[in-house]
Design a protein around this ligand. Structure first.
Ligand code: SF4
Length: 344
């Protein structure tokens, strides 16, 4: 493999520097862990609700303590569905922006949202607060999407989300939306219909991008058998083809070097809606991921041993360990000197 002077072991040097810089901080905030959707494959248990008042205040104190030494603060809103607690989101983002001017720190933000509640009023406010980057998942066109991405009432969600996207496109607001299109071995035709729909409406809007992601076995065991019978092309192949077809519109993760997951970055922390501090946004119930807590006075109590397990990739520059520390841990019983419980 050729390694350019701007790369170290396939990682962009700038990305490595940014991930280690104490002038940069990413806070992944879960303003609520409740969701208005019940996607058939969701791994969340919805046991934790909305951030309580003490935790909103503690998060603001943490930000005000960190901001004087930061050049860049990135807020990433996660959940649950973060827009179910948009008051919490607005309050913390507004607070951060008010300090940003004082300390000359750049504050930006992104949301992982299902898009259902992203009406123009909400979008306008988020853009004002520079929380204007969105990732919205789509499981193909309506007939496929509506079998997997159901609302809490068991209804399909496609029409409402699509309306939100068209409404957003009709404004001149400054945002960018990445549509993460899930491809399974079963929804190829529907994904292609979605692409056609996209071509006819949003393709010329530079604020919209596509990210094709293959998903295996979405929808339960029975479908695995069917998929073997009818799959002409694997989900992975179609994702690759479509990424090439939409090369101008699609997000290619490895274009500037190997991907580094935020969970592996020392300057990224997740604040759960109960005050726990996590690294990974998938293994929410995994004790290895519960690395500490935020206290009411805004200080953090962290388990250094657990923390260092997540960031160990920076000592090895192993692309797997950096790209998904969780998966690496699950397949390797030892990371560095720290024994890890092996999960099958
Ligand atoms: S560690 Fe792996 S599973 Fe967790 S957020 Fe990163 S890429 Fe996703």
């Amino acid at each position: 493999m050729t390694t350019s002077i701007d790369q170290v072991k396939g990682f962009a040097k700038q990305q490595l520097v940014n991930s280690l810089s104490n002038k940069k901080l990413q806070l992944i905030i879960f303003p609520t862990e409740q969701c208005n959707f019940r996607c058939v494959y969701c791994y969340e248990d919805f046991e934790i609700g909305k951030m309580p008042r003490w935790l909103i205040d503690a998060t603001k104190i943490l930000i005000s303590n960190k901001m004087p030494n930061l050049e860049y603060l990135s807020l990433s809103w996660f959940g649950g569905e973060p827009l179910l607690a948009k008051d919490v989101l607005f309050e913390i983002a507004e607070f951060s922006q008010s300090l940003a001017e004082k300390y000359k720190c750049k504050v930006s933000g992104d949301l992982t949202t299902n898009g259902f509640l992203l009406d123009i009023k909400t979008l306008t406010k988020l853009v004002e607060l520079k929380q204007n980057s969105f990732q919205i998942s789509i499981d193909g066109d309506k007939e496929s999407h509506d079998t997997t991405r159901l609302t809490r009432n068991g209804k399909g969600s496609f029409d409402r989300i699509w309306r939100r996207l068209l409404d957003a496109s009709s404004t001149d607001l400054d945002f960018n939306i990445t549509l993460r299109v899930h491809i399974t071995d079963l929804n190829h035709e529907s994904v292609l219909s979605f692409c056609k729909r996209f071509d006819e409406t949003l393709k010329d809007d530079a604020r919209f991008r596509l990210f094709f992601k293959e998903i295996s076995n979405l929808g339960g065991e029975n479908q695995i058998v069917i998929q073997d019978l009818i799959a002409k092309k694997s989900a992975k192949e179609l994702a690759k083809d479509l990424t090439n077809r939409y090369s101008e519109k699609s997000k290619i993760l490895n274009s500037k070097g190997h991907y580094i997951c935020y969970a592996g970055k020392p300057n990224s922390l997740g604040i759960r809606a109960n005050g726990n501090i996590n690294k990974c946004t998938v293994a929410l119930d995994d004790d290895r991921n519960n690395i500490g807590k935020i206290n009411p006075d805004g200080t953090l109590t962290l388990n250094n041993e657990k923390f260092s397990t997540w960031v160990k990739g920076f000592t090895t520059l192993d692309s797997w360990q950096m790209g998904c520390p969780l998966s690496y841990m699950n397949h390797n019983s030892v990371v560095g000197d720290i024994p890890i419980k092996k999960v099958s």
